[in-house]
Ligand binder design. Sequence first.
Ligand SMILES: [Zn+2]
Length: 239
Amino acid sequence: MDGSWTELADGVLARRHAELDLTTGLVLGTDRALVIDTRGDDVQGAELAAAVRELTALPVLVAITHAHFDHCFGTSAFPGSPVHAQAGCAAAIAVTAAAQRAQWVRHYREAGDTGTADALAGTVPVLPDRPVCPRPGSTHTLDLGGRRVELLHPGPAHTGHDLAVHVPDAAVLFAGDLLENGNPPAVGPDAYPGRWAGALAALLTRGARRYVPGHGDPMTPGEAARQQADLARLARASP
Ligand SMILES: [Zn+2]
């Protein structure tokens, strides 16, 4: 088994995965369920979909936090589900999928993980079909039945198209890779280190009690604020 659920509030769960220490999410309403991120290939996506189906038979909506393969290449496991992502995400997946696949297939082969390499090599990511939150600060509300969930784009940070998911009634916020617990945030070539701290500060103003990072265990507001302060220091230190 590759994953375990943690219930953060009634019907709001984080799922922790051994592979890349990834954290996905599940929010249950009375009429619909929202899955946050789909893992890194068709096989991993199927594992997540089966785990979701053990908890709920509700129709599933999907939200993708950003275009990095480990968060979104498993979407094929949710056929027929509307897939929400920030307006720039689908194009980012389309443009970068081949290079991401090649880089990480090589990584898994070099690590001797043939199963994951083969699964990723055979995965063509399904693109999000519900573009939302086109501008920094814009939001999009999903009604799950008895519960409203807010999708928001805090501005360029970990990528140019980050999407966070806020569950106000449960005071839980899924931050994607704007937060990482156990590692410093991953500042890749597609990141905006000078703007990241400001975007994360905008998420922290939501006043959640639990912040779910893209990798690692859920964080307290204090832990999230410390990472925000580290990012602000990093931005001041960069030219
Ligand atoms: Zn990422």
